[in-house]
Design a protein around this ligand. Structure first.
Ligand SMILES: [Zn+2]
Ligand SMILES: [Zn+2]
Length: 266
């Protein structure tokens, strides 16, 4: 059975009623476990790790409210795990480490949504006039640094640079991805298979299937992620994706408790 390890509650309040809608959908879709990951940038506590004019108005929540809700759900025996999706920003490693220290988390996803002060999945017009190959090169460099930082249990949606469908020449992308894989190969991090991109402009799994094949060959473990922001999207396209990853020879997926991974057969 599967776990969906990437679900956001952020469109509703931190209440058991709201969380229960996600848990009920996970149950309907046959999921055994649900990993909630709020975007860390929503919390005032994230300011030392990411702060700019665009993000500042969104930094209004307090971690305590989220963590209390998750502790309550776990006490009730609900099959939920507590996570965060943290934006990786080069140079902010110490701030991130300090902010996460001692938090009662089951796992932390490290994601790249920013290249410098550019949030590349925010506005398609911000892509106008950019050199796509240079963008891909920078993205995979930052994605490698995210792995090398050792701050995270899971690497979020590799390939989401194609969020709006912008793609450099396929030979160039493949070369850049292979260099990235060679660079991170010796690190032990779980890489997520994120179905959320299928519902977004890219209409693609992140990572794309051909990259996922190379990730398998490089011997990384995976976890399943819907990136749902609404209850109905929990476990979206997991049945097909499960078949696909089995064809690629993945037999297990990661689950987490108190930041320790465990492989469960799929
Ligand atoms: Zn993300
Ligand atoms: Zn997410």
């Amino acid at each position: 059975m599967l776990a969906d390890n990437h679900v956001h509650l952020e469109k509703g309040p931190y209440t058991l009623d709201w969380l229960e809608q996600f848990v009920a959908q996970a149950d309907r879709r046959g999921m055994e476990e649900l990993g909630i990951v709020e975007h860390f940038y929503r919390f005032v506590e994230s300011k030392p790790c990411l702060y700019n004019d665009r993000i500042a108005p969104k930094q209004t929540q307090h971690l305590e409210a989220y963590l209390e809700l998750m502790a309550l759900a776990q006490q009730k025996g609900w099959p939920v795990k507590t996570g965060l999706e943290v934006d990786y920003i080069p140079g902010k490693e110490d701030a991130i480490r300090k902010a996460l220290k001692g938090l009662p988390l089951d796992f932390v996803i490290g994601s790249v949504h920013w290249l410098g002060d550019w949030c590349f999945d925010g506005d398609p017009e911000s892509w106008e006039g950019r050199d796509l190959e240079a963008v891909y090169r920078e993205y995979y460099d930052v994605l490698a640094q995210a792995v090398e930082s050792k701050l995270f249990d899971v690497l979020g949606h590799p390939g989401n640079i194609a969020y709006f469908g912008h793609r450099a020449d396929v030979t160039a992308i493949t070369r850049i991805e292979n260099e990235w894989l060679a660079r991170i190969k010796r690190h032990r991090i779980c890489i997520e298979v994120n179905t959320g991109g299928l519902l977004r402009p890219a209409r693609s799994l992140f990572p794309r299937v051909d990259l996922l094949r190379r990730i398998r060959i490089a011997n990384f473990d995976i976890s399943f992620a819907s990136d749902a922001h609404a209850p109905e999207d929990v476990g979206h396209a997991f049945a097909e994706t499960q078949q696909l990853v089995k064809q690629i020879n993945f037999n297990c997926a990661c689950r987490f408790r108190r930041r320790k991974p465990r492989l469960v057969s799929i």
